[in-house]
Ligand binder design. Structure first.
Ligand SMILES: NC(=O)c1ccc[n+]([C@@H]2O[C@H](COP(=O)([O-])OP(=O)(O)OC[C@H]3O[C@@H](n4cnc5c(N)ncnc54)[C@H](OP(=O)(O)O)[C@@H]3O)[C@@H](O)[C@H]2O)c1
Length: 280
């Protein structure tokens, strides 16, 4: 789908990958309804674009009010594309996560995308051709220790998109599930950075990831996994998961050490934030 002249709803636009993707969409001639919770960051994005090409929409998508606000904004425009690039991160051992943490994570990463799709698909389908894009994750194809709930949310998103692509196969709406690998954004706190460093996990810059995502959207790729070893690991996990079990078993002690303890972060709307545990 050519982005030029299209109106696109982009969630997570205030984030690291989202703001770089917003810039790509603008560069390719799209008008963007840029969704996030941070009004300040969305306004900055709007200021950087030609007048009227980025329309900030402040909404907490984990709330019914936030989703309703976005639906009203979408109705007032004529979007043909919805890109779901918002998510909450959660690194930590599973038993250290509270019921409230887990509910909030699933509400943000899986329930909100599902409910938004349900509400916005009729609006998108008013256009002759529509597309819906999920920004997934390697951990949506490969369950990783220390990211159990996050992996579950991304596996769910991938399943939703696969089923919808098949359900709408005879309609002019496409469903793309595109997965970055580790990317240098605020999504990864100090503990994740330290883990990635110790495990020698390759990391991309958000601008590079955003250019790949925008290319994939224009090509209409149904599935994309960025990064060669990640692509291979995800495939091996699909056919021979016991091989990956063995490989990750060897990394478990490192994951446990970095997962450390969960502490409340007063600056993050009551969401948990993980700190590296002291070295043993
Ligand atoms: N960074 C990575 O290593 C990596 C790797 C693979 C996949 N991904 C995926 O890439 C996507 C973008 O990640 P990122 O690295 O750009 O993360 P980020 O920099 O932390 O940005 C997250 C975005 O999600 C928004 N968001 C979170 N909770 C929200 C809520 N309840 N309502 C509305 N917006 C909400 C944030 O909005 P506010 O800041 O305005 O609150 C922000 O715009 C996510 O789907 C993530 O799972 C990231």
């Amino acid at each position: 789908m050519r982005l030029h002249g299209k109106q696109v709803v982009l969630t997570g636009a205030s984030g690291g990958i989202g703001s770089a993707l917003c810039a790509q969409l603008v560069k390719r001639g799209a008008t963007v309804l840029a969704v996030g919770r941070s009004r300040e960051r969305l306004q900055r994005l709007a200021m950087q674009a030609p007048s009227g090409q980025v329309v900030p929409v402040v909404a907490d998508l984990a709330s019914a009010e936030g989703r309703q606000h976005l639906r009203e904004q979408a109705q007032a425009h004529t979007p043909s594309s919805l890109i779901l690039a918002h998510a909450q991160s959660a690194f930590g051992m599973f038993e250290g996560q509270s019921e409230a943490d887990l509910q909030r994570l699933l509400e943000t990463n899986l329930t909100a995308p599902m409910l938004l799709l349900n509400a916005l698909l009729p609006i998108l389908q008013r256009q002759p051709q529509a597309s819906v894009v999920a920004i997934g994750s390697t951990f949506g194809s490969l369950g990783f220790p220390g990211f159990s709930a996050y992996s579950a949310s991304k596996f769910g998103l991938r399943g939703l998109f696969e089923a919808l692509a098949r359900e709408y196969a005879d309609r002019p709406v496409e469903f793309l599930y595109l997965s970055p690998r580790a990317t240098r954004t605020p999504f990864n706190n100090a503990a994740v950075e330290a883990l990635n460093h110790e495990l020698k996990v390759a990391q991309d810059d958000p601008e590079v990831v955003a250019a790949s995502l925008a290319d994939a959207i224009e090509r209409g790729d149904r599935r994309l996994q960025i990064g060669w070893p990640e692509k291979l690991f995800a495939r091996i996990n699909g056919v021979l998961p016991s091989l990956v079990d063995g490989s990750l078993r060897k990394q478990l002690a490192v994951v446990r050490r970095h997962a450390g303890t969960t502490v409340a972060d007063p600056l993050s709307h009551g969401e948990p934030h993980h700190e590296t545990s002291p070295s043993p």
